[in-house]
Ligand binder design. Structure first.
Ligand SMILES: Cc1ncc(COP(=O)(O)O)c(C=O)c1O
Length: 426
């Protein structure tokens, strides 16, 4: 038997006591204040009262807060500690496969109960709503990850959970329904009034909002886009800062994440925003190219026009993206925070086609062992480009990316790719 090779650490874990106890609020770090959301009827800036039928007061406060840090309640920390802090991993075997001069690290958000970063916001959203007397939450889900996370979170605080799932994903991913029901959620395909329609996140948001405004016991929960969702996700970047220091790095040169509505990207990247030497990079699908080809203007968050208008990159609220497997990236708009950073040139954005994404995912699975969510593959495709670019320039670039979820409930997509049947959508 060959002698074991010298052990070099590739996994940087933090004790549970090192879990951040406050969220990082990016608002005071922006070059200028965010443009206000506008009421869909009057087109005047919305105030807290306009949002009260949908959201808990604490969440509305966070949405508009200018405080640099916001304390995480103890009852939320107790649940987050079920899986947090998540590991930071140095992808040495990917580095070797690429023959790169870059050092590649990923934050492994796939270890959460739901298998993605989404519970980081689902847990506080469920907590604040339960605390304010709600007994039920409604939501939309694209890939199924957010609905899964919210079903898990609702189970922690004894809330009912009604999920409207984009029909195309509902049909592609039958086990998503099973896992949500295991945690006590109920799931229906959306749009509910058009069974022939493949659905979109925008249409599912309309269904979920309609549900919430029609009932006194129900609030609505959104899994991305809004400021408070990105705020909750900043535990990712805050932990990564501690872990990179343990790994002997002063800072990442570039932080990369896939971008659907912007929550996992915001979570990993925003704590690095104050350091201008750190590049921030959004990776999105070429078939839903919101940041790379959208317009920067006010638009509705949903298809039916029930939600406030937000100033963001948008492909138009009636845009129906092709049925790509990265269901979580099929959204016409984007977080106003992320949109502003891209618009001002502080954040870069690139788009990848579906086959290239799966090629990256399969390489990653074969060398690092983990089978990524289709969404995560957009980041991995960008990581490979960055690493190759660093190698070509002879740079020891430090790359941090967010491994936002595993793909173990996305195997139908892998089956299609491995059979050679996966197409690049227009
Ligand atoms: C695994 C995964 N990654 C990324 C996303 C994209 O969402 P966001 O941009 O809010 O992180 C989703 C959305 O459902 C997801 O499930």
């Amino acid at each position: 038997m060959a002698a074991p090779t010298e052990i070099t650490d590739t996994r940087f874990s933090l004790p549970q006591s090192a879990l951040p106890t406050a969220w990082f609020n990016v608002a005071p770090h922006l070059a200028s204040p965010l443009d206000p959301p506008l009421h869909p009827g009057t087109r005047e800036p919305v105030g807290p009262d306009d949002l009260a039928p949908l959201f808990a007061q604490e969440l509305i406060g966070q949405e508009m807060s200018a405080d640099p840090w916001i304390d995480i309640p103890g009852e939320v920390l107790d649940v987050l500690r079920l899986w947090r802090p998540t590991p930071l991993v140095r992808a040495r075997r990917l580095e070797a496969a690429l023959g790169t001069t870059a050092r590649i690290y990923f934050k492994d958000e796939s270890v959460s109960p739901a298998g993605s970063h989404k519970p980081n916001s689902a847990v506080p959203q469920a907590f604040y709503n339960a605390k304010e007397g709600m007994t039920r939450l409604s939501t939309e889900t694209g890939a199924g990850q957010w609905g899964t996370a919210l079903a898990f979170a609702c189970a922690q605080y004894d809330l009912e959970c009604a999920v409207y799932m984009v029909r195309k994903s509902f049909e592609q991913k039958p086990y998503r329904k099973v896992i949500m029901e295991t945690w006590g959620g109920t799931v229906v395909p959306s749009p509910i009034d058009d069974p022939g329609h493949p659905g979109s996140l925008g249409a599912a948001i309309s269904d979920a909002v309609r549900d919430a405004v029609g009932r006194d016991d129900t609030h609505y929960a959104l899994g991305s886009v809004l400021n408070h969702v990105l705020l909750h996700q900043t535990v990712i970047g805050l932990e990564a800062q501690q872990q990179l220091a343990t790994a002997g790095e002063t800072r990442p040169d570039v932080v990369i994440a896939p971008c659907g509505g912007g929550s996992n990207l915001g979570g990993v990247a925003l704590p690095f925003l104050p350091d201008p030497s750190v590049r921030l990079l959004a990776a999105e699908p070429a078939s839903c190219p919101t940041l790379t080809q959208g317009r920067y203007e006010y638009d509705f968050g949903d298809t039916a026009g029930f939600t406030p208008l937000m100033n963001m990159y948008t492909l138009g609220h009636d845009f129906v993206p092709p049925g790509i497997h990265a269901g979580g990236l099929r959204y016409h708009g984007d977080s106003p925070i992320i949109s502003k950073l891209v618009h001002e040139g502080r954040m870069e954005a690139v788009a990848h086609r579906q086959r290239a994404v799966f090629e990256a995912n399969v390489l990653f699975a074969r060398v690092e062992g983990k089978v990524p969510a289709p969404e995560a593959g957009h980041a991995i495709a960008s990581v490979i480009q960055e690493a190759n670019d660093a190698t070509a320039k002879g740079e020891d670039r430090v790359i941090l990316f967010n491994y936002c979820g595993h793909g173990l409930l996305d195997l139908a997509a892998y089956q299609e790719y491995l059979a050679g049947d996966l197409v690049d959508e227009p």
